[in-house]
Every structure is written in C-alpha cells, then in structure tokens.
Design a protein around this ligand. Structure first.
Ligand code: ATP
Length: 270
C-alpha cells in the first residue's frame, strides 16, 4: 500500500491528505511538524521542544498512518520499530537494537522515531518482575528510557509511540521529558467514516450511485483499517463477477464479509 513506500533516505510518502477524520489529533501533531520544520522559532524564545508524544487509541484507527504523515509533512526521515518484535528476544538484543535505532536517528536528525505497540516493552513492572523471566523486556525498556534522557532537547529527534493500552504503561515512560503528551486517536464517528471512505475510494472505479454517507451508515464500529479492507474487498468482489465498476451490492457483500471476520476474531479473543 501507499503507506509502505519509503525512499532510500527513509522518507515516507504519506501526508495529512491520506489521514481522514482525526481532526483534533491532526491539530496536535501539526505542532510537532512545526517543531521539526522551524525549531529555531521555539528555541530562540528559550522553549524546549518535547521529545515524544504517545498516540493512544484502538487498533486500526490510524496511529501508524498519522506518525508517518508527520514525517511526510515535515519531510524528514521515519525510523520505526514495533514493541512486539522484542518479545522473547535473546539477552542484550533488544537493548542493542534500541541503541542502534537512536544512533541512526541522531545522525539523520531532524527525524521521527516511531515505536508501535510500545506496551509490549513498556508494560508496568509486575510485583514479581525479577522472577518472571522478562528481564530482556526490562533491559529494552531501560535502554529506551536511557536513550530518551540521553539526548538533549532540541536535537531534532521526536519520538512518537503508539498503544491501545496507555493504562498499563510503566509510569516512568510518561514522566516529564519523556512521553508527557498523549494524543487520542479514536474510532471514527459517522462523519469520520465517510471521510475515510473518501480516501480509500479514490483508487476504485465506482458505480455512479455510490455515496459515502450510505457506506458510513452501514459500518458502525468500523475502524479506518476495517474501512480500507471493505474498499479493497468490494473491488475484489466486483472483479470476481467481471464487473466494470464497483457497485453498492459489492460493498454490501464486502461489509458482510468484514463483519463476519470481525465476529470470528472477537470469538477467539473471548
Ligand atoms: P494498530 O494499533 O493495529 O497498529 P493503527 O492505529 O496504527 O493500528 P494504522 O496501521 O495506521 O492503524 O491503520 C491501518 C490502515 O488503515 C492504514 O494504513 C490506512 O489504510 C487505514 N486507516 C486507518 N485509519 C485511517 C484514517 N484515519 N484515514 C485513512 N485511512 C486510515
């Protein structure tokens, strides 16, 4: 997909036009774009540019997309890792990977470092932490805290992290000078869903009768990722029937399929 495209310098080709809805979150991240583009505007007045912000919200709501769009809008490189990559890692590997990432980021500053699923490394330490066999996770977390504290403010590295469980994070991560800003990325409402449909309908050949408000009404509770799936699935359904355009019925079929998939997923979880 478009969101996966990088050039050699780790630049992403995603901008705010690719992110639909999320108006409040966008306003907040626009400030981060400005920190990256015009740091002197803040530092000349003696301000300290924040080191990080936490994007909080349910799966598939566009947290990764928004982080990439910040890098895209500021035209700076984007470095990322996912907390889940660090689960069950050999001793020393997680911490050294974090160290390498920040070393690269400092060389390429100004830039964005994105840490997806930060809860996988940043979960609060349990009572029995020393006996839980999770030492490498803790090493990784400590390395991350060390890196965040280690580079000065105003070096031009801004760290965005995503989670759907801010409540389980180690308080140390949320302290001033670390992820002291939280930006909420919620499931879209009716209007938000219509906006997201607009983005993902762009590449499709559509029957003229289709309107986004109809589609938005058919998809309560859907995330942006679910809507992207619906649009792609509808195109595949239409192609299977050798149609020249994707029509309303194709979307209804696609929505049924996605709902079926979501129900199955929920059954497995509960
Ligand atoms: P997770 O918590 O599961 O990692 P996420 O919040 O990071 O999810 P993304 O990976 O950004 O979600 O979203 C997945 C895809 O869904 C995006 O690449 C995009 O195609 C689509 N999408 C999600 N939200 C939006 C949105 N607000 N506008 C447009 N597309 C969206």
């Amino acid at each position: 997909s478009k969101a996966q495209l990088f050039d050699k310098e780790n630049h992403v080709r995603v901008n705010f036009n690719d992110v639909a809805g999320l108006d409040e979150a966008k306003v907040e991240v626009m400030e981060i774009v400005d920190f990256l583009k015009n740091p002197q505007k803040y530092t000349e007045l003696g301000g300290k540019i924040p080191k990080g912000a936490l994007l909080v919200g349910p799966p598939g709501t566009g947290k990764t997309l928004l982080a990439k769009a910040v890098a895209g809008e500021a035209n700076v490189p984007f470095f990322s890792l996912s907390g889940s990559d660090f689960v069950e890692m050999f001793v020393g590997v997680g911490a050294s990977r974090v160290r390498d990432l920040f070393k690269q980021a400092k060389e390429k500053a100004p830039c964005i470092v994105f840490i997806d699923e930060i809860d996988a490394i940043g979960r609060a330490r349990g009572k029995n932490a020393n006996f839980s066999g999770n030492d490498e996770r803790e090493n990784t977390l400590n390395q991350l805290l060390t890196e965040m504290d280690g580079f000065g403010t105003n070096v031009g590295v801004i760290i965005l992290a995503a989670t759907n469980r801010a409540d389980i994070l180690d308080r140390a991560l949320l302290r001033a000078g670390r992820f002291d800003r939280q930006i909420y990325v919620e499931l879209p409402d009716l209007n938000g869903r219509a906006e997201i449909f607009k983005v993902h309908l762009r590449p499709l050949k559509l029957a003229p009768e289709l309107d986004t408000s109809f589609l938005a009404k058919q998809t309560p509770g859907f995330s942006g990722a679910d809507i992207a799936n619906v649009c792609n699935e509808a195109a595949l359904v239409a192609a299977r029937k050798n149609k020249k355009q994707v029509d309303k019925q194709d979307f209804l079929d696609a929505i049924d399929r996605i709902i079926g998939g979501l129900e199955k997923k929920n059954k497995i979880i509960t």
